[in-house]
Design a protein around this ligand. Sequence first.
Ligand SMILES: Cc1cc2nc3c(=O)[nH]c(=O)nc-3n(C[C@H](O)[C@H](O)[C@H](O)COP(=O)(O)O)c2cc1C
Length: 222
Amino acid sequence: MEEKKHKFKPLDFEYKDEQLMSKIAENLNQDLNKRRTIRTFSDRPVPIEIINNCIMAASSSPSGANKQPYKFVIVQDEQVKNDLRLAAEKEEWQFYNKRASQVWLNDLKPFRTNHIKPYLTKAPYLIAIFAKPFDIINDEKVKYYYPIESTGIATGALISSLHLSGLATLTHTPSPLNFLNQVLDQPKQYKAMILLVVGYPEHDTIVPDQDRKPLNEISQII
Ligand SMILES: Cc1cc2nc3c(=O)[nH]c(=O)nc-3n(C[C@H](O)[C@H](O)[C@H](O)COP(=O)(O)O)c2cc1C
């Protein structure tokens, strides 16, 4: 009986020609390297199916004991976006004017950011991403494993999926982020990780002119 519950099935895996594999990897490197964080969004609507499919693509990521310990809350309601903007700008004002160290503020100078966040009400979607250390199901605590790692991996897949689908994102992390639990009425044990802004770029969008590290600085072969 026990054995039946823990069934295995054949892996769905396709061997590819290695030249083709190299080409796929090269193209992915090029395509994913075109992704940039933007801070000026258009209000052009985006079909919800695209967002839903990208979230399902993200959910294909590995997770601790396959518990998928995360929740993606998609916000499209104008009033809720407004509430989130008010709360985020309050925290960000504190950050830029009181909490941030001078070193941190200097590191942020190239991005020309401040506490005012118009994209939170302009972009068609905000995706609030929560890691779930545990759930309460029928009054019982159900613990999950590696919630932060699993949520980070899924979020990376989500950002790449949205980019490859033709959308732009901003990984926004006003700190502390726990106002997301209150405004979005989520259980207090869920850890708010990121408020992902999703949509099309404004037509005259510019981005900081910055480089990415070369392979030998981020990787080593032993
Ligand atoms: C965990 C994390 C938090 C971030 N938080 C913010 C943020 O609060 N505000 C912001 O404008 N950009 C934020 N960013 C965006 C980074 O500044 C950006 O990813 C980085 O400069 C690299 O630029 P690129 O995404 O265009 O390659 C964040 C990125 C990450 C990964």
